[in-house]
Design a protein around this ligand. Sequence first.
Ligand code: RIB
Length: 335
Amino acid sequence: MTRKVTIRDLAEAAGVSVTTVSQILNGKGERFSLDTRRRVHQLQEELGYVPDFNARNLIMKSAQTIGVLVPNLGNPFFSMFIRGVQEASREQHFIPLIFGANHDEKLESYYVEELIKRAVDGLIIASASITAEAIDNILKKNGIPYLLIDQNGGPSLDRIRIDDERGGQLAAEHLLSLGHRKIAVVMPEHPTDNLVIRLAGFKERLAESGVMLPDSAVVISPMTKLGGYQATAGVMTQKPTAVFAINDETALGLMRGLHEQGLNVPTDISVMGYDDIDLDEYVVPKLSSIRQPVVTMGQQATTLLINRIQDQRQAAQLVDLPVELRQRESTGPVK
Ligand code: RIB
């Protein structure tokens, strides 16, 4: 049976102490000669020595891991967010442990507790179902740095701000510029704060042009592709010339439903989404949307969290990220 190569084997082969090897491999070996450093790295490769992270953690008191909770791993918006998290984590030699708990509060609390038991250095929470109370009881009590984002707009010291109000206004301005005045919206039954703000921005801009959005024009349906599809009948009852779906997945499901009902998008009805997920470019017609810089959101959230992990006493960090209109083919002038 083969035996795992240890740091002691490497130290003996290099003719130096275990502490010397440990410091060199942890990037803290400046005080040793270039020759010694090279020898240690070369022998590490030759012997195939892989550092034991558990032992390292005991010394450094950090496993260089962050926990990331998102509401739904199946939504490309969140997979793009995770891409950003991974990129920034890798640059800073951290490893993200990623969970999607499908809006199940119990499962999310379970993941948070398990992550804390495993001594993660910090947490990014984009899931709404972790309540302020759970945050106080679990994270604050354990002194774990965390950052709340997107659907969890709760109070966290460090913040990434996306202007949802502006996003809603941009969607309204675009539809108004195409002459639409009879508009419907598709929203989930229990919208998170960012969605409420998005809708408020949308309504506000319509109202400025004298277009009122009655409650009956807001079709309630889950914020998923299926939810969008199921909203078709409710939307058609309103006879709108345009629909604002609160996210792209909803818009894609709705476009499918409208197509099955024999309606042409955008000739008969315009459809506007929100998020700018990569799929928008691959559907027919291509989906007009409001872009959220979601990969950057993931990168920035990670960078801010790691800064906080490394210096818990620094001042609050705030990053503002812009939203933009992406006009494609699913919106057009009123017939
Ligand atoms: O697609 C997910 C949606 O929920 C996004 O619009 C995002 O902002 C989130 O709240």
